[in-house]
Design a protein around this ligand. Structure first.
Ligand code: PEP
Ligand code: MG
Length: 588
């Protein structure tokens, strides 16, 4: 028995046999062939291209009607790439010129393409390199494994299994929709990658970013996956299994208890009303949001519509996606595109050269103001959707007030265009800003006067304030939402909202971590936006809290310079509230 640590996504605990699929073969050794073998290599390449294309087409045909539309689009794009004659011709040329095997030539061609894509000026086109990687990976799988049949094919036998893979492609996700796997573990991936989205929509536990998972976990071994802790226990012994089954039972019991809170108000014992909103990535997440008792959407991350595809989504496509969400919930805050840095088309996984300091580069509103056509199309789609329900427009990564002026000027232009085309929209859509750059948090009073509402993005605020890359595992240990600098910045934003009488929400991961709920309430936060799965638990804590009685502890946490002491005070705050509640129960 041994345990591995990655990043937990999705929810719950699963125990079952590992189903390991082959590791990435893009690093396969380069192999030269004899001159008389060149024709044979070209035939191997052509056969692999044909089989890959046929398999993708079959997968495309199997896409269930209820699958997110993006999946069919991913597959169409991949089929087009495999069938593109220039892919075949360029690879054949390398086989002939260098006497390379088909797979070596394909890897060489992949590297040439990667270099071209990486040097592209346009951020969006640059990110297409990842699609090329995924397609070539699939052809390589054919070349490397089809001859000896060693590959563990994805088939219908995933029932109850824990899938272990280097990474999962969009084509894989289609297979999984109809299969009953109980969890998955991947070498790559971050909490915001498409594999993490898959875990969320399949409502299963998963652990991503577990480097070496494929190497360390043998096919068929019994494995336990805990989404909450990000722990993967390989070959657990009897004693551990007993603990895991008990933990799973407890988790399931707690989940069904929490479901009973769905229709109850999020109100504290001393009468403070709290708004609980959902963070969504795709229209398919609405159902999850509604089932969790969210009263609206506080963060619609629209960049997911733009990922893993060759063509940009059209205005019409965006409009339909936004409209679907807007029609389903009372209030929907649509965030404009936050592409770039950790949110590349594959959700942050990078190979090869990347921009220098991408997190400090041309991302989010900076990218949008540079790519005005893309931005204008999105704003038109958002404003058109506003005719179907209450929409708020949220601008990510603002760092100065000039950006707000530029965005509002563009919005005015979009409104004029819509007026002249007689298109209906809501002219009173509120414009808000994400406060996730320290500069904006420090000058929150100025932002509060220039905007209709603010939303604190603690994921980026912590990254930028503490100088820790949010996708770099090596500096994860420095991630500290309780750091005095972070608490002071959040408080500064909340106070600015109060002073200028505008709503302030918090939509980073800190909102969904129930350890911080009482602290944030005590600091003055009343609008929380989070992964729908976290809403019931946070609601339960809110309903058990008495804000007034926590203020002393909150003050202690806010002013304590020592990190260990701050954690102590946080436990005191959470425990004190529980014991007050127990006393109240005993007395009643
Ligand atoms: C954040 O930065 O806290 C946030 C909510 O935005 P994202 O995680 O999408 O960057
Ligand atoms: Mg952010």
């Amino acid at each position: 028995m041994f345990s591995l640590q990655g990043t937990g996504v999705g929810s719950g605990i699963a125990i079952g046999p590992a189903y390991v699929i082959q590791q990435s073969v893009t690093a396969a050794a380069m192999r030269r062939v004899e001159e008389d073998q060149i024709d044979q290599e070209i035939e191997r390449l052509e056969a692999a291209l044909k089989t890959t294309s046929e398999r993708l087409a079959k997968t495309r045909g199997d896409v269930p009607d209820n699958a997110p539309k993006e999946i069919a689009a991913f597959l169409d794009a991949h089929i087009m790439m495999v069938d593109d004659p220039t892919l075949r011709d360029a690879t054949v040329e390398i086989i002939q010129d260098h006497q390379f095997s088909a797979e070596s030539a394909l890897i060489m061609h992949r590297n040439q393409l990667a270099e071209i894509f990486e040097n592209m000026e346009d951020e969006y086109l640059r990110s297409k390199k990842d699609d090329v990687d995924q397609v070539i990976q699939q052809i390589l799988q054919q070349l490397v494994f089809s001859d000896d049949g060693e590959q563990n094919e994805l088939n219908d036998s995933l029932d109850g299994c824990i899938l272990v893979a280097h990474d999962l492609t969009p084509a894989d996700t289609v297979h999984f929709m109809g299969m009953n796997m109980s969890a998955f573990v991947t070498n790559l991936g971050s909490p915001i990658s498409h594999v993490a989205i898959l875990a969320g929509s399949l409502k299963i536990p998963a652990v991503v970013g577990l480097h070496g998972a494929v190497r360390h976990i043998a096919h068929g071994t019994n494995v336990a996956v805990d989404a909450r802790t990000g722990e993967v226990i390989v070959d657990p012994d009897e004693e551990t299994l007993k603990i895991l089954y008990a933990r799973r039972e407890e988790y399931e019991r707690h989940q069904s208890e929490l479901l009973a809170l769905k229709d109850l108000d999020a109100v504290t014992r001393d009468g403070e009303k709290v708004t609980l909103l959902a963070n969504v990535e795709l229209p398919e997440d609405i159902e999850h949001a509604l089932n969790s008792g969210a009263v609206g959407v506080g963060l619609y991350r629209t960049e997911y519509l733009f990922m893993n595809r060759v063509q940009l989504p059209t205005e019409e496509e965006q409009f339909e996606a936004y409209k679907e969400v807007v029609k389903s919930l009372e209030q929907v805050t649509i965030r404009t595109l936050d592409l770039g840095a950790d949110k590349q088309v594959d959700g942050g996984r990078k190979q090869g050269n990347v921009a220098i300091n991408p997190a400090l580069g041309l991302r989010a509103v900076r990218f949008c103001l540079r790519s005005v056509d893309i931005f204008r199309t999105q704003l038109r789609a958002i404003y058109r959707a506003s005719a179907f329900g209450e929409v708020q427009c949220l601008i990510p990564m603002l760092s100065n007030l000039d950006e707000i002026k530029q965005v509002t000027a563009l919005i005015d232009e979009v409104k004029r265009d819509l007026d002249s085309e007689n298109v209906v929209y809501d002219p009173t859509v509120k414009i808000g800003g994400m406060i996730e750059v320290p500069a904006a948090a420090i000058t929150a009073d100025q932002f509060a006067q220039a905007l209709d509402f603010l939303s604190v993005g603690t994921n980026d605020l912590i990254q930028y304030t503490l100088a820790i890359d949010r996708v770099d595992d090596d500096v994860n240990y420095l991630y500290d939402p309780l750091h005095s600098s972070i608490l002071r910045l959040i408080k500064n934003v909340l106070d600015a909202g109060t002073k200028y009488d505008i709503p302030v929400s918090l939509c980073g991961e800190m909102a969904s971590d129930s350890r911080y709920t009482r602290l944030l309430l005590g600091m003055g936060l009343r609008i929380f936006s989070m992964d729908p799965g976290a809403i019931p638990e946070v609601k339960q804590i809110i309903r058990q809290s008495d804000v007034f009685s926590t203020l002393d502890y909150v003050d202690k946490i806010m002013t304590c310079p020592d990190s260990a002491r701050r954690l102590d005070w946080l436990s005191h705050l959470n425990v004190a509230e529980v014991s007050v509640l127990q006393t109240a129960r005993v007395q009643s």
